[in-house]
Design a protein around this ligand. Structure first.
Ligand code: ADP
Ligand code: MG
Length: 237
């Protein structure tokens, strides 16, 4: 299915956002690296469905009713084999918040190489049009609001300035004895999201909000491990 077909199908089924699997398909279409993944229905189907994935893997619940999967007990990382995947799904299905949700299935995906967690996002401002943002993950975004915004489309120099603006920027260069992460990989993702040919500009009519949280950046690449795209409201539907 093309992205446009995926988007119109989501709209037709009354969804306000793309599910995580479709969100990652959209990112991949624009050249952003996402983990290899499959969607499975339940614990019984999992073993057969995961045979082409490289372990360890992560399991995540997929439901339009659940925004924060971890809070709902719907994320389990570091699973080593098909049995562990089935067990994790069986346990998730018993969590109160998941039990009462309308569950689409379970996303099983390969683990990204360890690195720094960043957030890359975007939104459509009524006055300025698409804006792109970047921040360091976790407390940096949530508590310290350490983020940088630009109006799209951005050029590479803008993307570099955005990173330099972050108070946490020294962490990217390997503060506290950690390996420096690839700034080029972050710039590349920012261009694919906020550049002229990026997804926010190209899908301006369809995407109201984009959220990659986190983008895991290592010394040689960046992988988008969570993706949420909220669709614009359409007056003619
Ligand atoms: P949510 O934000 O809905 O709780 P996420 O999909 O962001 O769920 O997963 C929660 C956390 O699990 C992420 O912030 C990340 O630390 C870790 N994680 C999720 N998917 C992967 C993955 N493919 N590889 C490595 N870590 C992951
Ligand atoms: Mg997340």
């Amino acid at each position: 299915m093309t992205i446009q077909e995926t988007i119109s199908q989501a709209r037709k089924s009354g969804r306000k956002a793309l599910d995580e699997s479709n969100g990652k398909q959209l990112l991949a279409e624009f050249g952003v690296t996402v983990p290899q993944s499959i969607v499975t229905k339940d614990a019984a189907t999992a073993a057969g469905d995961v045979s082409n994935l490289k372990f360890p893997v992560v399991v995540k619940v997929m439901s339009a009713d659940i925004l924060h999967k971890s809070d709902a007990g719907g994320v389990k990382v570091g699973l080593q084999n098909a049995d562990e995947v089935s067990q994790a799904i069986a346990e998730m299905a018993k969590q109160p918040e998941i039990k009462k949700a309308d569950v689409d299935g379970y996303l099983v995906e390969e683990m990204a190489p360890p690195g720094q967690e960043l957030v890359v996002g975007g939104l459509k401002d009524p006055q300025f049009g698409p804006l792109v943002m970047v921040g360091l993950g976790g407390i940096f975004v949530e508590v310290l609001k350490d983020v940088a915004f630009r109006i799209c489309p951005i050029e590479e120099i803008d993307a570099r300035e955005m990173l330099a603006e972050l108070k946490g920027a020294p962490l990217l260069k390997g503060a506290r004895g950690q390996k420096p992460v690839s700034e080029d990989a972050i710039i590349d993702v920012l261009m694919k999201v906020g550049g002229d040919n990026g997804l926010l500009m190209q899908l301006e009519d369809d995407i109201a909000e984009a959220d990659i949280n986190p983008l895991i950046v290592s010394d040689n690449g960046a992988v988008a491990v969570d993706a949420r795209f909220i669709l614009t409201k359409q007056s003619n539907s």
